[in-house]
Write a protein that binds this ligand. Structure first.
Ligand SMILES: CC(C)(COP(=O)(O)OP(=O)(O)OC[C@H]1O[C@@H](n2cnc3c(N)ncnc32)[C@H](O)[C@@H]1OP(=O)(O)O)[C@@H](O)C(=O)NCCC(=O)NCCS
Length: 205
């Protein structure tokens, strides 16, 4: 059975963040910083006003995540379960087998490693919570901060698509596709645990 985000245990706590699925009422708190030009430069959707933002937020609630510091929402993201491509006769086995991630941080909190911390948590939710077999993320090639996050959390660049994306500036920009498999994620984590193990056993001596 495929779990949904809301069926997982919440909140998820990292060193500096508390994550939980988005709620309807979060829209108002997010809007003042989400609407800023420096945030909107690379995001998919630019809402004209708070009412439109609220409508879009509601429409995406099934896969919306927020991260809080104290009472304040400082990041929004998504972990969107999706069907993998398949031949039609095996479509049932491909249903819900992958997830797409996304992340947006309040500009006041950027540059402190929190975007990376949030993305690591979203990856964990996809693989350890939803148990998908593959995670994907996409960005404009010019979005260097987001590209760096992809690299840092272990995604592999699987494609650069020349001028495939129309930016609202009117320019056709390169797009990038990134991904990691569950098997690769587990191998990375097992490798990390093994590397830590001798230090731990020495401590206990
Ligand atoms: C992308 C975003 C989440 C990064 O958040 P952040 O908290 O500043 O990220 P971090 O502090 O974890 O930094 C991640 C890495 O990107 C690097 N980085 C940040 N801004 C950069 C820039 N303009 N150019 C190049 N690298 C940059 C950092 O140096 C860091 O790499 P390092 O650890 O090797 O030094 C944030 O900039 C954002 O919300 N942008 C607007 C929305 C957006 O672009 N979302 C993604 C759409 S695909």
């Amino acid at each position: 059975m495929s779990l949904t985000l809301r069926e997982l245990d919440w909140p998820l706590t990292t060193d500096r963040l508390q994550l939980r699925p988005g709620l309807s009422e979060d829209a108002a708190q997010i809007w003042p910083w989400y609407r800023l030009p420096e945030v909107q430069q690379w995001t998919t959707t630019l809402s004209a006003d708070e009412a439109e933002h609220r409508q879009r937020w509601e429409a995406g609630l099934a896969h919306a995540m927020v991260a809080l510091q104290g009472e304040r929402i400082i990041a929004v993201g998504k972990v969107e379960r999706q069907d993998a491509w398949s031949q039609t006769d095996v479509a049932e086995q491909a249903r819900g087998q992958q997830a797409e991630l996304g992340w947006v941080l309040d500009p006041r909190q950027q540059g402190q490693g929190l975007g990376t911390e949030f993305a690591v948590a979203l990856l964990r939710i996809a693989f350890e919570g939803l148990e998908v077999r593959r995670v994907e993320a996409a960005c404009f090639a010019d979005n260097h901060a987001s590209r760096r996050i992809m690299e840092k959390i272990g995604l592999r660049c699987e494609g650069v698509f020349r001028q495939e994306s129309l930016h609202r500036s009117g320019r056709w920009l390169d797009g990038m596709a990134w991904a990691i498999l569950a098997t690769e994620y587990r191998a990375r984590h097992e490798g990390a645990s093994r590397a830590e193990a001798p230090a731990r056993s020495q401590e206990t001596r």
